[in-house]
Design a protein around this ligand. Structure first.
Ligand code: SAM
Length: 277
């Protein structure tokens, strides 16, 4: 485990204390990076019309990302677990409504309330178990399913995040898919150690092509689209869906070839059960 990563040093509500929160008003490099990533996340939302949208900022912190939303004419609501960060946002006199909340507990909004969501440098925190009662799989699912519910059916949610490894990407995307989202990863500047940025682009209303990743000259921009379970089955060309009639027949044939005792096939073999007792 690397102790260089903030999420391994302390839980977020402790790590983002008054001292850390101050950096978001004083460290110009940090501010520039946050603003740039927020602009890119909003671009990836692909908001089609020139009008104000109602956007969630998940892990809104000091309100830098919220200010970018404001500059572009949008209304926003921000959630964060750190009171020190939210205090800085209040000092900044942001226009968005601020809520002290742990994303891992799910979002407390009515269905279909928001046109989109952005999140900057927050998602990787949900992969940690900071308390004995924390289960990252359950927390990610609670988060994504409540997010799916409170977005409109044509909305996108864009997360810039810092995955620690490929298992973490798999953990996050699998829970997002399970919650009903389509989408995938857009990796900007994939060959640059410094500029490389991961954006998880989630969609509520079906599988659309992902926006192009940014790249420098020779680099090959990269994106990885994932499909949800139903789509995956549609694409299983030539392979049998598990527990389907063909899958059972193939399995029985295989076991016969292995010399195992196999019951003869009847008209009931592989028939879906009615579910009645
Ligand atoms: C890098 S900061 C984001 C900064 C923010 N975009 C801004 O403009 O200041 C990451 C934020 O994620 C928040 N965070 C981490 N885990 C969280 C959780 N489980 N629930 C809510 N917020 C969380 C932290 O408190 C922190 O403010």
């Amino acid at each position: 485990m690397s102790f260089k990563r903030p999420e391994h040093k302390a839980p977020p509500e402790l790590f983002y204390n008054d001292e850390e929160a101050r950096k978001y008003t004083q460290n110009s490099r940090m501010i520039d990076i946050q603003v740039q990533m927020s602009e890119r996340a909003i671009e990836l939302l692909l908001l089609s019309e020139k009008r104000p949208y109602y956007i969630l900022d998940l892990g809104c912190g000091s309100g830098l990302s919220g200010s970018v939303l404001e500059e572009q004419g949008h209304n926003w609501v921000g959630l964060d677990i750190s009171s020190s960060m939210l205090f800085v946002a209040k000092e900044r006199e942001v226009e968005g409504d601020l809520l002290l909340a742990d994303l891992g507990n799910g979002l407390p909004f009515r269905p279909g309330s928001f046109d989109g969501a952005i999140s900057i440098s927050t998602l990787q925190w949900l992969c940690n178990a900071d308390k004995s009662c924390h289960n990252p799989v359950k927390r990610l699912y609670a988060f994504f399913s409540s997010l799916f519910a409170c977005l409109t059916r044509t909305a996108r949610a864009v997360f810039q995040f810092y995955p620690e490894n490929s298992e973490q990407i798999e953990l996050i995307t699998s829970q997002a898919m399970k919650a009903g989202f389509f989408g995938g990863l857009v990796v900007d500047y994939p060959n640059s150690t410094k500029a490389k940025k991961y954006f998880l682009v989630l969609m509520t209303g079906g599988n659309m092509p992902l926006p192009k990743a940014l790249s420098d000259g020779e680099e090959h921009a990269s994106h990885v689209q994932f499909t949800n379970r139903r789509e995956k089955y549609k694409n299983l060309k030539g392979k049998c869906v598990k527990k389907s009639k063909n899958w059972i027949l193939e399995k029985k044939e295989r076991r016969k070839r292995q010399g195992k005792n196999v019951r003869p096939n009847t008209k009931f073999t592989g028939r879906p059960r009615s579910g009645r007792f």
